[in-house]
Structures are given as structure tokens and as C-alpha cells.
Design a protein around this ligand. Structure first.
Ligand code: E4P
Length: 217
């Protein structure tokens, strides 16, 4: 399973990159706004900076919701850097645009996916990635990981090439369960990635080893 970081924060992207396990980045308009980025030039420059840090897919989301606006915006985003993947919402015009981008050789990430039916449409349109939002599903007291399992099963049964990108990750257990479910990619906040490191027996074991090592000196 590939690890993407789900942020537009440069320091966090660099910290995850320094770990040596980062395969890509996802952003969305909320994450970009959180960094205080305003205006087209600043937004494009920020995407370029991220692409120069991480040598992997970097999802940049279109803001338009009509076919024409998604297409023109997506083409501009894709021209920023070869790492850019155009993130397109799961709406009717979005599906049409994904189909057209695919024919043009532009990679896409179909976002805001909450059902298996939506994931089937994304795959039929040729999306490079499909992003089911598992944390937001859990927030409504459904099981988001069950949706990942269902989509993985369907894609395997049908031979769809779209990669299942588990998004809206809230904790390290989500990452573990998505890996078990067969997700191709997990996009995570830095805190969830670092949470995978934690185990009290690792900490107490290391303390004991360090203490015993001192006795040998
Ligand atoms: C990823 O592509 C999404 O933008 C992101 O994971 C959404 O996460 P959230 O539900 O925590 O906002």
C-alpha cells in the first residue's frame, strides 16, 4: 500500500518525506485555505513547491463544477508539473471530465466518494484514483473501511485499473484496516502516520536496552 500525506502544509510534507516512506500528496480546497494560500498564482506556486519536494502523485483539486470549467482548470493544473493529478468531484460533469482527461492522458483522482456505485462510475470513466472518504463515513456511524473492502472486491472482480485511495483517515487503526482491506493507497494526516510508530512495549523495551547498554560501558 502506498502512503500519501493529506495536507498542504509544507513543513509536514517535508517531515513525512524525510521519513523515506512517502509516495505522494493529496490536497483539497479546505487544506489549501488552512495554509492561508489565496489567489491563482499563489495556489499554483504552492502546488509546484509540493511537487518539487515529493516525487510522486500530487492531487490538486479543481474548484469548478461544470464540465467546461473542470476541463479548463484541470488542464492548467496538469501543466504545473508532471506530478500533478487532477482531483475532480464525484458529480455528473466530473465523471464526463474524468473520461475526457483520461483520453488526454491526464491523471485524475475522483474525490468525495461515499458509495460503491460512485466508485464503479469513477472506474468506468477511467479515473487513476478513487477516493472514498472513510472518516466522514465513520462520523455518520457507518463503517468506512467496509466500503473500502467492497470497492476492492468489485474492482478485483471486474478488473478495473483505478487505484483505491482511502481518504479521510482519522487514526493509525484506519491505516492498518485499509491495508488489510487491500487499499492501493492511504492518504493520511502526519499524526496518523507517526501514530503507527507508537507502542508502549517498544518504549519500555528500548529504555531497558539503553539502561543495560550503559552497564556495559
Ligand atoms: C483526501 O483526498 C481528502 O481531501 C481528505 O482525506 C478529506 O479528509 P477529511 O474528511 O479529514 O476532511
Amino acid at each position: 500500500m502506498k502512503f500519501f500525506i493529506d495536507t498542504a502544509n509544507i513543513d509536514q510534507i517535508k517531515e513525512a518525506q524525510d521519513l523515506g516512506i512517502l509516495d505522494g500528496v493529496t490536497t483539497n480546497p479546505s487544506l489549501m485555505a488552512k495554509e492561508g494560500i489565496k489567489g491563482k498564482d499563489a495556489i499554483f506556486k504552492h502546488y509546484y513547491t509540493i511537487c518539487e519536494i515529493v516525487d510522486g502523485p500530487v492531487s490538486a483539486e479543481v474548484l469548478g463544477t461544470t464540465y467546461d470549467s473542470i476541463m479548463s482548470e484541470g488542464e492548467e493544473l496538469a501543466a504545473i508539473h508532471s506530478n500533478i493529478v487532477v482531483k475532480v468531484p464525484m458529480i455528473k460533469d466530473g465523471i464526463k471530465a474524468i473520461k475526457a482527461f483520461t483520453a488526454m492522458g491526464i491523471r485524475t483522482n475522483c474525490t468525495l466518494v461515499f458509495s460503491a456505485g460512485q466508485a464503479i462510475l469513477a472506474a468506468k470513466a477511467g479515473a487513476t484514483f478513487v477516493s472514498p472518504f472513510i472518516g466522514r463515513i465513520d462520523d455518520g456511524s457507518w463503517d468506512g473501511v467496509q466500503l473500502i473492502e467492497q470497492i476492492v472486491d468489485i474492482y478485483n472482480a471486474q478488473g478495473y485499473l483505478t487505484e483505491v485511495l482511502a481518504a479521510s483517515i482519522r487514526n493509525p487503526l484506519h491505516i492498518v484496516r485499509c491495508a488489510q482491506a487491500g487499499a492501493d493507497v492511504c492518504t493520511c494526516p502526519l499524526s496518523s502516520i507517526l501514530g503507527l510508530l507508537k507502542h508502549p512495549l517498544t518504549d519500555s523495551g528500548l529504555q531497558q536496552f539503553l539502561k543495560d547498554a550503559q552497564a556495559m560501558q
